[in-house]
Ligand binder design. Structure first.
Ligand SMILES: *Cc1c(COP(=O)(O)O)cnc(C)c1O
Length: 293
């Protein structure tokens, strides 16, 4: 399941004379999507090595990570349980999790904060249980994301990604450093106050000279949105024929075009945007999208 899959690199239309390519990790798998596939790859291998049979993880009710873990568990012969933050709810993503056989334990926000304690209290006597942090954050995830650089040309000037926890960004930066590339990494945090991402990245790689954080494209915060972002997303999808999601990738692409409009890039520079997938996030914003369509 985690055999090498070299996702395509696709050039976008020459809008604003921008030399922009998209690394289509969204095409790796519809449900083990984009960076979640990269992040789970070595975690699942570790679980297999340790003879674990039960993946236990954490996420919000609209978490791409939960769907990805549920699908990966089913396909690799694991059981799966997720602690889901907040009151019990139903939605498209949790429906998929349940179809893949994942057990959901809704957990109030206070208890959810201490993930190690939750894991202990439910699974301390289960030697088959394997802890996977929220979003898959781990050194294994960083290693999986660093491999993306092996699938990209070495002469990229600017590489962009969206960030939630910053684990994917840490992997990309590590991959750039390990390969001694000149590529600058641009990270677009989707949360308000995204400067914390720098600390998260620093945790995994200390050489941050080639790192650029663009913290002004959160549109109000995580899972928050604004008509301007949704209208951008609609125009992008119709123009390029590539779906993007409102939580992560729309904010990243918005940032790229906004920066281009401010002459941030030089004309000949090669820009690559990492499409981290997560398209089910569209369903989390369906009412807001209906309003602008
Ligand atoms: C989870 C997710 C991210 C965030 O990845 P981090 O490693 O947590 O920063 C980005 N894009 C998409 C589509 C995601 O689902």
């Amino acid at each position: 399941m985690f055999a090498n899959y070299n996702s395509p690199l696709q050039q976008l239309s020459d809008y604003d004379a921008l030399r922009l390519w998209v690394k289509r990790d969204d095409l790796i798998d519809p449900y083990i999507s984009g960076n979640k596939w990269r992040k789970l790859k070595y975690l699942i291998q570790k679980a297999i090595r340790l003879n674990k049979l039960h993946l236990v993880t954490f996420g919000g009710a609209y978490s791409n990570h939960l769907v990805a873990t549920a699908a990966a568990a089913a396909r690799s012969g694991f059981r799966a349980t997720a602690f889901v933050r907040g009151e019990p709810v139903d939605n498209e993503m949790l429906l998929l999790c349940k179809l893949y056989g994942m057990k959901l334990i809704f957990t109030n926000r206070e208890e959810y904060k201490n993930k190690a304690a939750l894991f202990q209290s439910f699974f301390k006597d289960d030697p088959e249980a394997f802890f996977i942090d929220e979003g898959g954050a781990s050194a294994e995830a960083v290693k999986g994301c660093a491999e993306i650089l092996d699938e990209l040309p070495p002469d990229i000037d600017h590489l962009f990604c969206a960030a939630g926890t910053g684990t994917t960004a840490a992997g990309l930066l590590k991959g750039i450093k390990q390969r001694k590339l000149k590529t600058q990494l641009h990270v677009v945090p989707v949360l308000r106050g995204g400067d914390f991402i720098a600390n998260e990245i620093y945790h995994y790689t200390q050489d941050v000279e080639q790192l650029h954080l663009h913290t002004d494209y959160h549109f109000g915060g995580y899972a928050k949105t604004q008509p301007e972002l949704l209208n951008f997303m609609k125009a992008f999808i119709a123009r390029e024929g590539i779906l993007i999601d409102p939580v992560y990738t729309a904010k990243m692409f918005y940032a790229i075009y906004d920066l281009a409009g401010k002459n941030y890039f030089h004309k000949e520079e090669k820009i690559v945007a990492l499409h981290t997938g997560g398209l089910l996030g569209i369903f989390g914003k369906k009412e807001k999208l209906e309003e602008i369509l």
